[in-house]
Design a protein around this ligand. Structure first.
Ligand code: NAD
Length: 282
């Protein structure tokens, strides 16, 4: 029976540590979130981020924009936030409506306020193995959780399922920095099961419920489920938890696994950017 990688418990601990640190600051770190349109999942995510920022003792500013807003108007908001010395961190909630050039929007964020680490400046530095200002939240949360449970990454065969810029690509790069051997799968991969059975650690970020069942798992595999799939109004991951937990050595639940870790890392990144901008040593 696998040990549960309790993302919720670790996230709560990290948030409480940040809360204590924030109490000692003369000025509160401030996170700005731009949300375009009425995507129901995005509205919930933004509300949760705002609530968590308040709990942590940070200030937050949410800028809701209509779904038919022009790219120029979004850019103008970003330019204002870039110049505002009270704003330490800027996040544009994805996805953006069709017709908006996501690349142009993300690239407009000043890299030192890029709390998701998605600008080419920060992502490029990550890819090169240099320190970006901050690392992307979900990959950072995954690695933080594995380390909390003393799971060795060096020398391990790790299968990352998914190659998005948000999860699959950055987590693969970060794991290589940890000296792991990483294989990245995508929807065209023809031998996923074989790759999974050869892996010590599987990180699934495909967004496909029941993609990974017990037949994909060799005994002792560590399984990290990043997927969030809404099935009949219930949230499920990519992994068949009930089956896989009997074979894996460690497994993340969904919910209460990588989701809360992602929000905790968002708060940590906000704090780190604040410190950088205050020219203090972390
Ligand atoms: P995405 O849709 O951009 O990317 C999905 C990736 O999975 C693609 O690269 C695709 O090629 C790959 N894929 C799809 N089906 C596959 C298959 N059968 N075999 C191999 N690869 C396959 O999604 P994303 O933004 O990376 O998010 C992935 C999932 O993680 C989604 O469910 C999303 O909701 C979730 N997510 C969770 C968190 C969190 O905090 N827990 C954060 C970000 C994303």
């Amino acid at each position: 029976m696998a040990i549960i990688l309790d993302g919720q418990a670790l996230a709560d601990k990290i948030i409480d540590e940040l809360k204590m640190a924030a109490q000692k600051l003369v000025k509160k770190p401030k996170l700005a979130v731009i949300i375009v349109g009425e995507n129901p999942a995005s509205l919930i995510y933004v509300k949760n981020k705002q609530k968590k920022a308040e709990y942590t003792g940070f200030d937050s500013l949410v800028i809701p924009l209509e779904s038919d807003v022009t790219e120029e108007t979004i850019l103008e908001h970003i330019y204002v936030l870039n110049e505002d010395i009270d704003i330490n961190a800027i996040l544009v909630q994805l996805p953006l409506p069709d017709g908006i050039n996501k690349k142009r929007i993300i690239e407009a964020i000043d890299p030192i306020k890029d709390v998701d680490g998605f600008t080419s400046y920060n992502f490029g530095r990550l890819a090169l193995g240099y320190n970006p200002y901050v690392y992307p939240c979900t990959p950072k949360g995954i690695i933080r959780l594995l380390k909390e449970y003393n799971i060795t990454l060096e020398g391990k065969n790790i299968l990352v399922i998914g190659r998005s810029n948000i999860v699959g690509k950055p987590v693969s790069l970060m794991l290589q920095q940890e000296n792991a051997t990483v294989i990245m799968a995508n929807s065209y991969t023809t031998n996923l099961k074989q790759l999974a059975l050869n892996s010590d650690i599987i990180i699934s970020a495909a967004g496909k419920s029941n993609l990974i069942d017990a037949s994909f798992i060799k005994a002792g595999t560590v399984v990290v489920d990043v997927g969030i799939n809404k099935i009949n109004d219930k949230i499920q991951g990519d992994v068949n938890f009930d089956e896989v937990k009997n074979k894996a050595s460690y497994i993340t639940p969904v919910p209460k696994g990588i989701g809360p870790m992602t929000i905790a890392m968002l708060m940590q990144n906000t704090y780190e950017l604040y410190k950088l901008q205050q020219n203090l040593i972390l």
